[in-house]
Write a protein that binds this ligand. Structure first.
Ligand SMILES: [Fe+2]
Ligand SMILES: [Fe+2]
Length: 327
């Protein structure tokens, strides 16, 4: 069980008391107005159109590349590991998760919105006819059973850095998949991914606002937490991804290479997101810090350029791997 330190607990209660419900109301979409996976998929309860629509869906996927499928499947598996993310967030707040308190309400509603992403992509892949569903499902089960260590040490400050980063990263990657799908002649898939990307952008807005509010009351500690997360590097939630018979994490490396090759998510994107966050929280202008906080701020401000120099020397491997997921 995670026990918050008294000062963290005080800040979390303060944010909850003043902001969380307001942010939830502003950012979440009421369920009756929100999209659902079936808005984008052939209706299986309409006998007259279903088979024809599925055939059309399958034909529309002909122009999509091998790497594209690898990335879309990896993205789906990542979304489907949602139970891990929810249980990890639920453990953070020191509140009764069955209650209607701000943090409990936000996390449940966030999960409920996110749940539609894996649901939609999974059903799409099933209908596409291009995927070995059993192999993919095994990877989902592995990822949930293996869990993840994202190095936030159950600290809400570090966790909100992580979720801010991740929501932006998934916004970028789903939006790029949407663009590639459109270019490949797959309009319906493009629309689905664009809607998912828009959800991720809303969620990023919430998490970055939580961090902004923490900066207002505990800037030294928030700065140290941010610098610590950036020093460790933000690991991807699916870093333990594997297939049957493949070592834990190895499939993730091949998935990540595919994403780099087709430009869905690159090292350059990682640095861009870091810079967007530094700007969003106006890190360069945070003053009245203790020495350690100032050092952390200066480290952060110099980091993007330093990382750019490193990635300019990186080479992306060419395709040589066969995923068990792709038929
Ligand atoms: Fe998502
Ligand atoms: Fe998300």
């Amino acid at each position: 069980m995670n026990i918050l330190s008294p000062s963290r607990r005080e800040v979390m209660l303060h944010i909850e008391d003043k902001y969380v419900d307001g942010i939830s109301d502003e950012i979440l979409i009421p369920i009756e107005k929100n999209w659902q996976p079936s808005d984008f998929l052939p209706a299986s309860n309409d006998y007259n159109t279903f088979i024809k629509d599925v055939k059309e869906l399958q034909q529309s996927t002909q122009g999509l590349s091998y790497d594209f499928w690898a990335v879309l499947i990896g993205d789906t598996i990542t979304e489907e590991a949602l139970p891990t993310y929810e249980s990890w967030l639920a453990g953070l707040y020191d509140v009764n998760f069955a209650s209607d308190s701000g943090w409990a309400r936000w996390t449940k509603a966030w999960t409920a919105e996110e749940n539609r992403h894996g649901d939609l992509l999974n059903k799409y892949l099933y209908l596409s006819g291009r995927v070995d569903m059993r192999a993919m499902e095994s990877s989902i089960q592995y990822l949930l059973a293996d869990g993840m260590d994202i190095k936030t040490d159950d600290d809400p400050y570090r966790t909100f850095v992580y979720t801010s980063f991740q929501e932006l990263a998934t916004n970028v990657s789903h939006a790029r998949v949407a663009k590639l799908a459109r270019e490949g002649g797959c309009e319906s898939l493009s629309k689905m991914c664009a809607f998912i990307a828009a959800d991720e952008a809303r969620h990023a807005k919430a998490y970055t606002t939580f961090v902004e509010k923490i900066f207002e009351v505990d800037s030294d500690e928030m700065m140290l937490a941010l610098a610590d997360m950036m020093k460790k590097k933000i690991v991807m939630p699916a870093h333990n991804l594997r297939e049957i018979g493949v070592k834990i994490g190895d499939t993730f490396c091949h998935f990540s290479d595919a994403a780099q090759r087709i430009g869905v998510y690159t090292s350059e994107d990682y640095i861009d997101i870091m810079e967007r966050l530094l700007e969003r929280w106006d890190i360069g202008n945070v003053t009245e810090l203790k020495d350690s906080g100032e050092k952390a701020r200066d480290y952060l401000m110099a980091l993007p350029d330093r990382m750019r120099r490193v990635i300019s020397r990186l080479k992306i491997p060419t395709l040589e791997y066969e995923f068990s997921w792709i038929s």
